[in-house]
Every structure is written in C-alpha cells, then in structure tokens.
Design a binder for this molecule. Structure first.
Ligand code: TMP
Ligand code: ASP
Length: 241
C-alpha cells in the first residue's frame, strides 16, 4: 500500500491517506516533546522502535481478543491502520503512583495501588489535556455512555494482558496512556503503545527509593540514557519473540 496525501502531522507521527478510504498509513518520527510541546528534542531511532513495538503489542492484544486499528506493517517506520475517528480522551491506567498522580495527590512515586486506577484526560492541546470524568465526557458529547463503558473494560483488559507480558521481560508496567477510535460502529484500540506512552520500570525497583525508568521519563526529566532505554526495551521485546 502506498502513501497518498498527508492528512495530519502530530508531535510524534504523521498520517497519510492511502488508495483505500478505510485505511491510512501512520509514519513514526524521532521527534519527542513533553509538557504539551514546551520541551522539544529528538530521540534517535525512536520512530522505528515505537512503530515496531506498537505493532507487536497490537498483534498480541488482537490475539487475546482486544480489537485494534492495526492492519499491516509496511517498513521500519510505516504502518497501515484502520482510519478511525479518534475519541478525544486520553485513557490512563495506573498500577503504581507516579508522574501527575503523585504530584496531584501528594503520594510518593512508587506507591503501589491495591487495584489499578483509570482516569481520562480531554484530548485538547489548547487546554493542556485537562483531567475529565465520564460525566463531563458525556456532557461534552465526547463519547456515549456505552462507548465509555466499553473503553473502560477494554483499558483494564489491556492492563491485565500487558502487565503479565512485561513481567516476563523483567519490567514493571507502572502506568500507560491509551487512545480509542470508532471504526464501522465499533470501538477499537488506536494510537500507539510505546515507551512514549507507558512508564516501564526495571522489575523490583518500584518500591525502592530510586527506580530505573526505561521510558520517556528519561527525556522528560533529563535523566540521560534516553536512546539506551528505548533500545533496552526493544531488545527485551525481540529477544522474547
Ligand atoms: P502522567 O503521570 O504524566 O499523567 O502520565 C501518565 C502516563 O501517560 C505515562 O505513562 C505517560 C503517558 N502520557 C502520554 O502518553 N502522553 C501525555 O501527553 C502524558 C502527559 C502522559
Ligand atoms: N507528548 C506530550 C506532549 O508533548 C507529553 C508527554 O508525553 O509527556 O505534550
């Protein structure tokens, strides 16, 4: 399948039309941003890793019964996906306190939860992706009640599958962000699953004072070793194949 006109350019990906109106091509860039685009940089090789990792995760989730937008990987940076209408919610699942949760509620990073949590952000760069609840999402017509219920169920199912999967790679899945889309009347998992959108900590380090991040926090927090972290995750993923 070939790229036609560019439909959209985001912070980390471009989207192109194809000859099939039901499909688009996603093209992953090495560009990295944080804090709603305030911090900008390049993570060399990130586009390749995020493309390939996302596709591995989507294929695994499909096999376990989670419908996704994935169609076919074209090459290192380009993948055909179903042309979905994105539900403008960032769906965040957390297993351990970190990042904005720790800041907002005053709990140390690394505090484990007895059960996973879910939260939504309204996908709106101008507003800075504010936290939103299901009633607000309904009031703003961002999704229907049924869609919100489906999204919650799917997000927790993805968490169960991914937590178990990464445990075998000696990685603790701390939290992650998902996006969903509508495709022919069905809610499907869309966007990406990568070190840009997940917190991965070296197993067993979450309850110590100093955990080892193998994700975009190395970029956000200027921890160094950014490319090494992406490469390490990808190495473990491919060794496990
Ligand atoms: P947070 O603790 O900053 O709210 O982030 C929670 C998770 O969501 C973390 O795994 C990183 C991911 N995330 C994104 O994918 N995109 C974003 O814009 C933000 C803020 C977080
Ligand atoms: N990608 C997001 C941005 O630039 C933020 C993040 O991942 O931290 O706004």
């Amino acid at each position: 399948m070939e790229k036609k006109e560019q439909l959209y350019e985001g912070k980390a990906k471009k989207v192109y039309a194809t000859e099939n109106p039901d499909y688009v091509i996603v093209s992953y860039k090495d560009d990295a941003t944080a804090f709603n685009g305030l911090k900008k940089g390049t993570i060399v090789g990130k586009g390749v890793i995020n493309n390939k990792m996302t596709n591995m995760m989507m294929k695994m989730l499909e096999k376990k019964g989670v419908p996704t937008h994935f169609v076919e990987e074209i090459d290192d940076r380009n993948t055909v996906v179903k042309k979905v209408q994105i539900v403008p919610l960032e769906v965040i699942i957390r297993n351990v306190a970190a990042g904005s949760f720790s800041k907002r509620y005053g709990v140390p990073e690394g505090t484990a939860f007895s059960a996973p949590t879910i939260e939504f952000s309204y996908k709106n760069d101008e507003l800075g992706d504010p936290l939103i609840n299901g009633y607000h999402a309904l009031a703003l017509n961002l999704a229907t009640k049924d869609e919100i219920e489906t999204i919650k169920k799917m997000a927790f199912a993805v968490n169960d599958i991914m937590k178990e999967f990464f445990k075998h790679l000696n990685i603790d899945l701390i939290d992650f962000k998902l996006e969903f889309g509508r495709y022919k009347g069905q809610i499907v998992l869309a966007d990406e699953i990568s070190p840009d959108t997940c917190r991965f900590w070296e197993a067993g380090t979450w309850d110590t004072t100093k955990h080892t991040s193998l994700d975009k926090d190395r970029f956000r927090r200027d921890l160094g070793g950014v490319e090494d972290a992406y490469n390490e995750i990808f190495k473990r993923l491919t060794e496990g194949e």
